[in-house]
Design a protein around this ligand. Sequence first.
Ligand code: ADP
Ligand code: MG
Length: 717
Amino acid sequence: MPRLRQQNLLAAQWTPNGGALGTSDLNMAENQIFSSNVFSITVQRQRLPRDVFGKLQQTLARGEALDTSLADAVAQAMKDWALEKGATHYTHWFQPLTGSTAEKHDSFYAPTGEGTALAEFSGKELIQGEPDASSFPTGGIRATFEARGYTAWDPTSPAFILENPNGALLCIPTAFASWTGEALDHKIPLLRSMDALSKSAVRALRVFGDATAQRVFTTVGPEQEYFLIDEQYYFERPDLLTTGRTLFGAKPPKGHELDDHYFGSIPERILACMLETERELSKLGVPVKTRHNEVAPAQYEIAPVFENSNVGSDHQHLTMQVMQNVARRYGLVCLLHEKPFAGVNGSGKHNNWSMGTDTGKNLLEPGDTPHENLEFLFFCAAVIHAVNNHQGLLRASIASPGQDHRLGANEAPPAIISIFLGAELEKVLGAIERGEAGESTPGSFLGLGTPVLPPLPMHGGDRNRTSPFAFTGNKFEFRALGSSMSLSLPNTVLNTIVAEAIDYLADELEEAVKGGAPLEEAVKSVIQRSYAANKRIIFGGDNYAEEWHKEAQARGLLNLRATPDALPYLIDDRAVAVFSDYGVLSKRELESRYGVFAEQYVTKLNIEAETAASIARTMLVPAAANHLATLLAAQLPELATETSEKIAEFTAAIKALEDANLAENQPHDDLLEHARYMRDEVIPAMAAVRAVADKLEKVVADDLWPLPKYSEILFIK
Ligand code: ADP
Ligand code: MG
């Protein structure tokens, strides 16, 4: 059946308020209820026995292991609350190494034997679950014959209720481990890394004379980019449906060149969808703050207020899930892939990261006094040290096939990791390094009694959009994450390597102070040495420029372009050492992740290649053949020859792709070798097929071309 333009009219139709699902009127104030579906501290205070509440909060504040005797009381209160909210089932909600979330629902009701049922949910069920989760990837930690893994309640991330039009579900954030205690998920290492950083940072704070902070939390505020397109086009494109991205599609005559979409007014249907998404997220306690159009047509961004890394990461998963669910209510589909449309800006996630004490101090915030700035500069120096020493690991933590289309494509940061400090901070650190932080320090930095470490006037406006890792006033922004990724791994890496760096610098500092140096002198000399040793990672210029790539090479910085280039850094000696020293990931746990990621890379590309070949053969070749027949019937020999030549070229490219993607033609002995084969043989073969297809799209009769075109998908809203 030919595609007709009138289908586009259908796609442009939408219903306010999500139509069929009859959601609440968002114009009513009472429908904006923050945290109403969260088993929050307020709810806990109201519902838990006083002593239980007190003990629970104390345990959480200290980051200690939970006294299991509390569990029954908490479970009872949680169940009553959930039942009142209409929940019939509960689930242990966890994050296997697939990168998404997993859930297995259990009913609260258990039969009594007398033909009735009783709502049951005890501490045991709260604390521990045993999903038959033998099919999750483990990278070899767990052979399937010893497949049991268990989920364990994470009391530091609040339970919540997910609503469905036909029922509600109590979700309990949990960790997922093997019976031998090895982490099978992304949450456990993240929690371990937060502990590690806390220990190192508190230790350093003591040297600075801070006797009150008991715990330091890492914080994260992610900015998420995504596309919203009409679901009709989505379902008409087997490539989007199967792989999350379009494997074909000629560049539309109009892209983002006019810059008329970026920060433009948001189309009404899209805004309606955003408002409902935010309302749903708000009920779940996700503190959504900003929304705007992004660079590409049909591309948008959502960002919350920051939270501690663990809760922030859980909330990020929820955000991605809710965005996808709510979009469907508006006849839209939310695309989270890093590169859904070739030649059009892709989507990333900016990971704003900082460290804050339980007494409310942000360690990366320049202060009002020289003493506060001593601390601030010390922690900045630690971050610089960490990033310089673990560039490869950081790069590996954000590697995926989707990312390979983006990093280094002059729309996202390059694959080279470097740090942008901003002119002011760079000047101050430079002056300290040269030992001239006295009279010659720029005038604006003088004041407050000491010429050496003056107040630092930081301007949030001092930005560099091309930098992968930028200081932005009171936090670092790791800007190279992919839009579909979990935050857990990159934050686990950041926390762990910064913990190590803080300890390294704190060792030197303690030594110097013991040797009798005044604190200020000691800090200055530690920073001086550290900055000199690590400043090659600092770069304030244009990261897209060709000269930077040469310069970075001269500085000895890594340029890991594709996933197979980056993955080995996940398991090199340096990575193994830092993760085991800080008890975050054992060598086996690390190797299992490496194995899972390499396998995912290969599998995803196999699927893409097969999908591309199949669409080409079963949809595009027939369309081109029909077109050729029309031309021949109309006696247009010149056009017919042109088309038939393209079809011949196309057929040859398809055969080459099918050949490259044949299992027996691929190396199976070594995962990395296999991944490299996909990179070097399969990806180019796919690109060759696409190149001809996109030319054909421009000559084949519009009503014969079976795939909706970019100009339709991106511009009909
Ligand atoms: P931008 O100019 O980069 O678009 P904003 O100033 O709006 O950014 O903030 C971006 C993100 O930074 C927000 O998601 C916010 O929550 C986060 N953020 C702010 N302070 C911190 C912090 N201390 N730790 C982690 N994230 C933070
Ligand atoms: Mg930002």
